[in-house]
Design a protein around this ligand. Structure first.
Ligand code: IPM
Ligand code: MG
Length: 378
C-alpha cells in the first residue's frame, strides 16, 4: 500500500475508533446500576491456562469448605465455566468465545485463574475483554506489610487508558506504529469516586492521584483534573498529585512509603505499580485483585499462567496465595465478612516464618502443605 492510501485508511479507522469511544462515553453517562436480582448468588469458576486449573482447584476446595452451609442451602451456587482456554480461544480466534461470555453473564460473580495473553497479533487479552464486556471499571488491589506500617489500597482504572484500544493501533509497516490512549470524563469520574468513597468509608485521610500529566498532557491531564474535582466533595481527605516515575521510587523508599494510603491511577500505571507494590509485600504471587463494576464483579490472581512451572514439572509447587487472597476479597464483597475475616487471619498466619514457604521451586514447600496449614488455621 502506498503511503497516501495508508494515511487515508488510517483516518477512516481513526474515525471509527472515535465514534465507538464517544458512544461508550454516552453509555457510561446513561448507565444506572442494574438492581440486585434476588435468588441465589452464582459464582462462576474459570480455570484459565497454565497453573490456572491447579490453583483454581485449590480455590474451589477452599470455597466449598468455607461456604458449605450456603452451598448446601442453595443460597450460593458454584458453577464451573469451561472454554476459556488458550486452545479454544485460538481455534475460534476470539479472546472470549461468545458462548463462554454468555455463560459468564449468567453469573453474578466470577473467580478466575490466569489466562494466556498472546504477545503481538491482534487477539486481545481475555482479561481486557472481560473487564470491558462486564464493565468492571475498578481494579482494586490491596497491599499490606504490617510490620512496616504499609497498608495500601490501589484503585486502578480498568476499562480504558492504553488498554481499551490496545489491540487496535495503526501500523505503517517498516515505518512506524501508533497506539491510542483514551481517558474519558465519566470513566475517570467513576474510578475517582470509588477511590474516595473507599477512603471515606475506611477512615483513610489521603488519596494519591498518580499520572504522568506533565507528559501525557491531554489524557493524564484530564485524569488528574477530574480526580481533583471529585476530591472537592471529600473535604476531609487530602488529594495529592504524584507522577508515576517518582511514585515508583517512593514505593521502594522505606522512609516514605508507609505514609501512602489510597491510590488512584489510570490503567497502565496501575498495572505496573501494583506489581511493584505486590513485590514489596512478598511477590506478585501474594497479591489479590478485584475487578468491580456496578453489575458484575470478578476476582482473580494478580500473577500470570507461569508456563515455566508446567514445562518444568513443578505442578505440585504452585502458590495458591494470590487466588486465596482473591477469595477473601470476594467473600468481603459478597458481605460475608465473618468468613472473609477468618480466611484473612489464616492467610496472614501463612506468611509467618513457621508456615510452609511455597517458592515455585522444588526447594520450597509443596502446595498441599501450605493448603493444609491454611485449612488448619481456619
Ligand atoms: C494484570 C495483568 C493483565 C493486565 C494482563 C494479563 C492483561 O498484568 O491484571 O495486572 O495487564 O492488566
Ligand atoms: Mg499486571
Amino acid at each position: 500500500m502506498d503511503r497516501e492510501t495508508a494515511i487515508k485508511k488510517s483516518l477512516e479507522q481513526f474515525e471509527i475508533l472515535l465514534r465507538e469511544q464517544l458512544d461508550r462515553v454516552d453509555r457510561m453517562k446513561e448507565a444506572t446500576a442494574r438492581a440486585e436480582s434476588g435468588g441465589p448468588k452464582v459464582i462462576g469458576l474459570i480455570d484459565g491456562d497454565g497453573i490456572g486449573p491447579l490453583i483454581m482447584k485449590k480455590a474451589e476446595g477452599l470455597l466449598r469448605k468455607l461456604l458449605k452451609d450456603d452451598i448446601d442451602s442453595g443460597d450460593i451456587v458454584l458453577r464451573k465455566i469451561d472454554g476459556l482456554t488458550i486452545e479454544n480461544r485460538l481455534a475460534l480466534n476470539k479472546s472470549v468465545p461468545e458462548d463462554v461470555l454468555e455463560e459468564i453473564k449468567k453469573c453474578d460473580i466470577i473467580l478466575k485463574g490466569p489466562t494466556t495473553t498472546p504477545k503481538g497479533g491482534t487477539m486481545e487479552s481475555a482479561n481486557v475483554t472481560l473487564r470491558r464486556e462486564l464493565d468492571l471499571y475498578a481494579n482494586v488491589r490491596p497491599v499490606s506489610v504490617p510490620e512496616e506500617g504499609i497498608d495500601w489500597m490501589f484503585f486502578r482504572e480498568n476499562t480504558e487508558g492504553e488498554y481499551v484500544l490496545g489491540s487496535r493501533g495503526i501500523d505503517f509497516e517498516g515505518e512506524m506504529a501508533v497506539d491510542f490512549k483514551v481517558i474519558t470524563d465519566p470513566g475517570t469520574e467513576r474510578i475517582a469516586r470509588a477511590a474516595f468513597e473507599y477512603a471515606k468509608n475506611n477512615g483513610k485521610t489521603s488519596v494519591s492521584i498518580v499520572t504522568k500529566a506533565n507528559i501525557m498532557k491531554k489524557t493524564d491531564g484530564k485524569f488528574s483534573e477530574i480526580c481533583r474535582r471529585v476530591a472537592a466533595d471529600y473535604q476531609d481527605i487530602k488529594a495529592e498529585d504524584w507522577y508515576v516515575d517518582i511514585m515508583s521510587a517512593n514505593l521502594v523508599n522505606p522512609n516514605m512509603r508507609s505514609k501512602f494510603q489510597v491510590f488512584v491511577l489510570p490503567n497502565l500505571y496501575g498495572d505496573i505499580i501494583t506489581d511493584e507494590a505486590a513485590e514489596i509485600q512478598g511477590g506478585v504471587g501474594t497479591g489479590g485483585s478485584a475487578n468491580l463494576g456496578d453489575r458484575y464483579a470478578m476476582f482473580e490472581a494478580i500473577h500470570g499462567t507461569a508456563p515455566r512451572m508446567i514445562e518444568d514439572g513443578l505442578q505440585d509447587y504452585v502458590n495458591p496465595m494470590s487466588i486465596f487472597k482473591a477469595c477473601e476479597m470476594m467473600l468481603r464483597h459478597m458481605g460475608i465478612a465473618d468468613k472473609a475475616d477468618k480466611l484473612q487471619k489464616a492467610l496472614d498466619k501463612a506468611q509467618s516464618p513457621d508456615a510452609p514457604k511455597v517458592t515455585g521451586f522444588r526447594e520450597g514447600s509443596k502446595t498441599a502443605e501450605l493448603v493444609e496449614y491454611i485449612y488448619d488455621k481456619l
